[in-house]
Design a protein around this ligand. Structure first.
Ligand SMILES: Cc1cc2nc3c(=O)[nH]c(=O)nc-3n(C[C@H](O)[C@H](O)[C@H](O)COP(=O)(O)OP(=O)(O)OC[C@H]3O[C@@H](n4cnc5c(N)ncnc54)[C@H](O)[C@@H]3O)c2cc1C
Length: 384
């Protein structure tokens, strides 16, 4: 690729991933399991603490380096979806948590002893319209009491902590719908079975995601992050990093698909010649590769602006959109190149095909990115 930064990080992550080959991820997928050994190794090696400042025991790296770590996981055939929350969820705590909260949690997160894999925002009725969430947290003395429901909340069963968004002031009593929402740290070991129930959702990808039900869950007031009522803003603050990291994962997927498609097109002989000799086979692969390269440039543009503390909402959104679209195109081309074998699990194409499809829906769907660009970049009227 044209721009392949941080070669030392790349080769170190690749070396770790080499211990978890295709067969490993294929088996985990078939069992609908969780890649526990791989996640443990990645955490133990400190890769998921890339963005945690050194004063808290992290590596203190930038988003560019962090994005390369997740890119390499996907490029090696794995799925960073099992771990990426650990990298960006702590950002909410880092930016808006109290000194005491940071001292309590960040060193343990950096050491890989504590997992903060989950963030609970989406609700079944509100969908993308987050300010309409119905989960409430009502203060009673030194506790908040939570009632409500969330949907598609990932990695809850493989995490220690979860960041929860809930309404603390009824919508009728706030000037703007986005006010009156707050975020909390939920200790999952204390919560599950004590006011919080988890129901896994079987889904297209082997992505541990769940429905959550809150019926009187009590959270100590000390677990409120930042100021009460400002949670929506705090969540928005974390989105640029999340979107850029997901863009990098899609770039990793895209590279994997291109490499596999090229290899197969060179090896597979039909009508006495490699199928890759046919323009009808090679041109779509070339086209998909060009799209991945273009998305990669936007991903680094977003990283550079983020790391320079410059506004990067447009770049992060566009990077995520371009990369998710490009990886999906590459997935489709890779599958087509493999013909019938693309459907056979042992080639891993169908698994990666399913995995990369997620990123045009989560963490934000394509239309919402168009809406962002239309309104905030182009100055068109808000459409919703
Ligand atoms: C596997 C998986 C894991 C997830 N993990 C998490 C998680 O850990 N935490 C979490 O909080 N959420 C998570 N999500 C939820 C995810 O962020 C949402 O599914 C996503 O943001 C879309 O919301 P929705 O499903 O409610 O779709 P809806 O809001 O119901 O939208 C449905 C479709 O309509 C379109 N649409 C809606 N309104 C408009 C409009 N005004 N203009 C144009 N188009 C519109 C959308 O773009 C979308 O395509 C996960 C989802 C999945 C599938």
């Amino acid at each position: 690729m044209i721009d392949q930064r941080h070669p030392e990080i790349r080769s170190a992550v690749r070396a770790l991933c080499a211990d978890y080959p295709d067969e490993y991820f294929r088996r985990v997928d078939a069992e609908r399991g969780y890649p526990e050994a791989f996640v443990g190794a990645l955490m133990h090696a400190g890769w998921l603490a890339a963005l945690i400042p050194e004063e808290y025991g992290g590596a203190g790296l930038g988003l560019s380096e962090a994005s390369v770590i997740l890119e390499e996981v996907n490029r090696c055939g794995g799925n960073a979806g099992a771990v990426h929350g650990q990298m960006y969820n702590m950002g909410t705590l880092l930016r808006h948590g109290s000194v005491e909260q940071k001292r309590t949690y960040l060193p343990a997160i950096a050491a890989g002893k504590l997992r903060i894999q989950s963030m609970a925002v989406t609700e079944p009725t509100a969908g993308t319209d987050t300010t309409k969430i119905r989960t409430t947290a009502v203060r009673r003395g030194d506790r908040y009491v939570v009632h409500g429901q969330k949907v598609f909340i990932s990695r809850v069963l493989h995490s220690d902590l979860m960041i929860l968004l809930a309404r603390t002031t009824p919508v009728e009593r706030v000037e703007k719908r986005s006010a009156g929402l707050s975020i909390f740290i939920v200790d999952l070991h204390e919560a599950i079975g004590h006011g919080m129930t988890v129901r896994p959702i079987a889904n297209l990808v082997n992505h541990e995601t769940n429905e959550l039900f809150f019926d009187g869950l009590e959270i100590p007031v000390t677990n409120l992050i930042g100021e009460e009522g400002k949670g929506f803003r705090y969540i928005l603050d974390g989105l640029n990093a999340e979107r850029t990291l997901i863009a990098a994962e899609c770039i990793g997927d895209g590279c994997w698909f291109i490499e596999r498609a090229v290899k197969y097109a060179n090896e597979r002989v039909v009508f006495d010649r490699p199928i890759g000799k046919n323009q009808g086979v090679q041109f779509p692969i070339a086209d998909a590769y060009i799209e991945i390269e273009a998305a990669n440039l936007m991903r680094y543009r977003a990283c550079d602006r983020f790391d320079a503390s410059e506004p990067c909402g447009a770049e992060a959104n566009m990077a995520k959109h371009l990369a998710a679209k490009a990886s999906w195109e590459a997935a489709n081309v890779c599958l087509q190149t493999h013909g019938g074998f693309g459907f056979a699990s042992e080639y891993d194409v169908e698994r990666k095909f399913r995995e990369t499809r997620l990123y045009q829906v989560a963490p934000i769907s394509t239309n919402m990115i168009y809406a962002y660009v239309a309104e905030h970049v182009l100055g068109l009227p808000r459409s919703f």
